[in-house]
Ligand binder design. Sequence first.
Ligand code: NAP
Length: 251
Amino acid sequence: MTYDFSGKNAVVTGASRGIGEAIARTLAEGGARVCLVARSADALEKLAKSLPNDPVVIRADLASSDGWKPTAEAIVEQLGPVDILVNNAGVSNREPAGEVTEDGLDLTLSVNVRNLILLTNALSDSLKSRRGNVVNISSISAFSGSIGQIAYAASKGAVNSMTRNMSIDLGRSGVRVNAIAPGVIDDGMWKTAFDAGLDREKTMSRMAKLIPLEGRWGSAQNIADAVAFLASDKANYVTGQVLRVDGGMIA
Ligand code: NAP
């Protein structure tokens, strides 16, 4: 099913690869004018060239404590009012108990939580002016732990809590706020790990045992399709939800 996003302005953070790239492509193909945000300018420019509806590219570092500020200003200036904000940028660093570092924790919380909240906050008047909506990309790590994911799991738990609370604050202005918690996706962070030498076959078959739905890993497009639903008018009575797209892993 395709959704009609004609005339909508959509922001996708972390659009330079993986899940964010698939989300940006899906929204653009549905008719939205997309604003692509990340640090890798070359990757964003390359993606922009392949998309319809005159996309906007904004190079931003959402690890710095005030990264949200120039990003929000550039979005309002270059894209205009925001109908759809997809907070997808995220980092995961493996630091098991006893080895959690201040730098690792600060980076994870800064990208996954601090800038996500402050960017959404800064764009809330814009979202209100369009009765727009927000989709945050969380993770099943918020529901179920795995080795070394202490900071990441905590950050995604915060994303879920923020989603519920922001939906209450913005609901009276007609702005919906939802989240998607992906399971294991054969792209993005996992692709980077496989490219760096992690044994793809062994990892995939080990994780497959935990996935009720045919032992199947998800695709970036599975997540993009769920984002498209939540961002569309078809979901106009859905807010404050965290939708797990995980092949039943947490079921
Ligand atoms: P990915 O391939 O590593 O992509 C992460 C994106 O975030 C990139 O576009 C990256 O762009 C951007 N980003 C990272 N640090 C940034 C920073 N300091 N400033 C601005 N942008 C930054 O990961 P992915 O797998 O597609 O993940 C996307 C989202 O899905 C994340 O929130 C992740 O937690 C979530 N998720 C993924 C999976 C999975 O299995 N892949 C599962 C559950 C949840 P630059 O490097 O160009 O800045």
